[in-house]
Design a protein around this ligand. Structure first.
Ligand SMILES: Nc1ncnc2c1ncn2[C@@H]1O[C@H](COP(=O)(O)OP(=O)(O)O)[C@@H](O)[C@H]1O
Ligand SMILES: [Mg+2]
Length: 238
């Protein structure tokens, strides 16, 4: 299958000089479900922000379908990024939250209606069109956020710890829902988490990050069977 996303020798330092990301290399095939697993501060969010174009690497190249992304601004990359806090618009109803990106793109009313309805079905929110964000449960909000991110039909989807603000019981259930929705998308999905159970449930490929470096890369089975070193072993709770 075609290699779609390539990260080549990416390095990123912040002003204080601490090295945040060091020599990141990745090649992902179309449809790959990648989990980025690592403790807090290991550089996971920074990696997503670089792919999204919200930060620039100091050196290295990001390619999508062979095209260098370095000089392409975030809104022209057509990548979807969903943050931990969802960042929904509280004054808009469910329909208008999901429609937001499509309106920004100047889509017609007919297109918006049909796309939003498709997203409502995909995320199990049919019938919620006119509900207000304040009246939704945590799980429902998360679905709205996902529907909003997917509505403009991104070429790549990134989720930054999408479950971490929810309580344990809800998290387990939503992980199943989310994994199911993601598995139906034929685009690369990058799921960031500090929880190895979440990483293994959502990803067919996992990178384990530690202090800005990729410590190990592999499918869940490989990581569990042959953790590369003591640190990975301990981090995976083995
Ligand atoms: N804009 C920034 N300026 C300086 N340091 C930053 C900035 N963003 C992140 N960092 C630092 O980079 C490290 C990695 O952060 P981050 O990518 O958010 O990690 P994670 O998402 O894995 O918790 C942290 O030590 C953080 O303090
Ligand atoms: Mg983070």
């Amino acid at each position: 299958m075609e290699i779609e996303l390539v990260l080549e020798q990416i390095n990123k330092k912040f002003d204080d000089g601490s090295l945040i990301l060091e020599d990141i290399n990745l090649r992902l095939q179309q449809g790959t479900k990648l989990s980025v697993l690592g403790p807090s501060g290991s550089g996971k969010t920074t990696l997503l922000r670089l792919i999204a174009g919200l930060e620039n690497p100091d050196s290295g190249t990001i390619l999508f379908k062979g095209q260098p992304m370095n000089d392409i601004p975030p809104h022209k990359r057509n990548f979807g990024l969903m943050f931990q806090e969802f960042a929904l618009f509280p004054h808009l109803n469910v329909f208008n939250n999901i429609a937001f990106g499509l309106k920004m793109k100047g889509k017609s009313k007919t297109e918006i209606n049909s796309q939003v309805n498709e997203m409502l079905l995909l995320t199990g929110l049919d019938g919620f069109q006119t509900r207000h964000i304040d009246d939704l449960s945590g799980g429902e909000r998360q679905r709205v956020a996902l529907a909003r991110t997917l509505a403009p039909q991104p070429r790549l989807l990134m989720l930054d710890e999408p479950l971490s603000s929810l309580d344990r019981v809800l998290r387990k259930r939503l992980l199943i829902d989310l994994t199911d929705i993601i598995s139906r998308l034929n685009i690369i999905t990058i799921f960031v988490t500090h929880d190895h159970e979440e990483a293994f449930a959502t990803g067919n490929m996992v990178i384990v990050m530690n202090q800005g470096r990729i410590e190990q890369k592999g499918c869940p089975g490989e990581l569990v069977q042959t953790p590369k070193n003591q640190w990975v072993k301990e981090f995976l709770g083995l």
